[in-house]
Design a protein around this ligand. Structure first.
Ligand code: TTP
Ligand code: MG
Length: 406
């Protein structure tokens, strides 16, 4: 029997939370993403603001120029996290097979529960209604036999949409859409495909998979399968996170090594604390830099032995940073650090040498104090420099962009 999977995504999430709280904002061009004179980017734009060309990722200065009458809101990450938890709790009432993808997005495998509601369409309508009544938010829902088609359907139905693709109609549903609508096709892949004369998902689906493989490697074949509406990924309720990262944009682009390293140290400590909380060490460390002209690079290093200590994350990040800065590129606009390839602790522990174990104990002791007295209660020499750069708050420093780890 064909599977039935829902993809649910909230419309203009951050903005809609603000509008639900303050009805005066409804029906107006609203942007969440910091103050317009700041250097941040648009995180979320209301559909009224999108009519002026505003979109996520656009520098706020550009947004202000295109739509001077827009209302800019700095936003509060804690509020969105709270709304997200309530959103996921509603979904969990409908099926235990729930996979949150980001704060405002999830897959739900309904496997038979739809019969309670009459049909899957009615079930989706009920979900939308509860989200509206309880959170004051609009959700768009896509329904299909696999994840990728459900996601495209939800996206296409926005805002406040509900779109079901019948089993067997996956290919014909996708075929007329431009390739950019297919998950996994970013700007770069899109440009290459357009260069090859492939503009629609239908055209992509008729390419020989081997040709796509030679252009894009393993992901070429995956693209071909998605284009054909073939996707056997299951809806996976979460175990632990697969990766953890923190990043921030500077108030002013910088080449100052001390400032870059101090910020990297702070972000490494944040990542390390989260990693220890999850109870799993990680093997890969990734540095992310965005330069003044917005080009963004990531550099990854795989450790011989998994780690959960701030020092190792930081040391690895600094090595990658130094190598990158030695190339003498432009000033840095954004810096981030992340870890991935998390491993089960049981297998790892007895392999740790004693100095790594001491490091971990020390880190855990610091975590306990910080949980009680705040992040800045204990500072390493390096991060003290940040006092002059970022304002302090109870939880640590207020970075210029909320650290979204996803
Ligand atoms: P999205 O679901 O991509 O965007 P959205 O909910 O604002 O709008 P829609 O789904 O209707 O197209 O992202 C969810 C939230 O994640 C968004 O409200 C803000 C945050 N976000 C960022 O902070 N930065 C980003 O670049 C993006 C894309 C989203
Ligand atoms: Mg959304």
């Amino acid at each position: 029997m064909a599977r039935r999977i829902m993809h649910i995504d909230l419309d203009a999430f951050f903005v809609s939370v603000e509008q639900a709280e303050n009805p005066e904002l409804q029906g107006k061009p609203v942007v969440v993403g910091g103050r317009p004179e700041g250097r941040g980017v648009v995180a979320s734009a209301s559909y009224e603001a999108r009519a002026f060309g505003l979109h996520a990722g656009m520098p706020l200065t550009t947004a202000t120029r295109l739509c001077p009458q827009a209302i800019f809101i700095e936003g509060s990450f804690a509020k969105y996290r709270d709304a997200s938890q309530r959103f996921m709790a509603i979904l969990a009432d409908f099926s235990p097979f729930l996979e949150p993808v980001s704060l405002d997005e999830a897959y739900l495998d309904v496997i038979g529960f739809e019969s309670i509601y009459g049909s899957i369409h009615q079930m989706a309508a009920k979900i939308k209604q509860r989200i509206k009544n309880e959170l004051g938010l609009c959700a768009s829902v896509g329904i299909a036999s696999c994840k990728v088609v459900a996601k495209v359907a939800a996206e296409l139905s926005k805002p406040d949409g509900l779109l079901e693709v019948a089993a067997g109609k996956e290919r014909s549903f996708l075929a007329p859409l431009p390739i950019a609508k297919l998950p996994g096709i970013g700007k770069k892949t899109g440009r290459i495909l357009n260069g090859l004369g492939i503009n629609t998902i239908g055209k992509l689906s008729t390419m020989p998979p081997s040709a796509l493989k030679s252009h894009f490697g393993a992901s070429g074949e995956l693209l071909w399968r998605y284009a054909n509406g073939i996707d056997d990924r299951e809806v996976e309720p979460p175990g632990a996170a697969k990766s953890i990262s923190r990043e921030t944009t500077f108030g002013k682009d910088t080449r100052d090594h001390r400032q870059l390293q101090a910020t990297l140290r702070y972000l490494s400590e944040r990542v390390g604390a989260e990693l220890r909380q999850q109870g799993k060490p990680a093997r890969c460390v990734t540095l992310k830099l965005r330069y003044a002209d917005f080009t963004t690079i990531t550099r990854r290093h795989t450790l011989k032995q998994a780690t959960n200590t701030d020092q190792t994350i930081f040391d690895t990040g600094v090595k990658l940073l130094k190598r990158e800065l030695s190339l003498g590129k432009q000033p840095v606009r954004l810096i981030g650090i992340g870890v991935s390839s998390l491993v089960e602790l049981g297998r790892q522990l007895d392999m740790m040498d004693s100095s790594a174990q001491r490091q971990e104990q020390l880190n855990r002791a610091i975590d306990r104090i910080r949980n009680k007295y705040g992040f800045t209660a204990i500072q390493t020499g390096r991060t003290l420099l940040l006092k002059d750069i970022f304002p302090e708050n109870e939880g640590g420093y207020t970075l210029h962009t909320p650290s979204l780890s996803r």
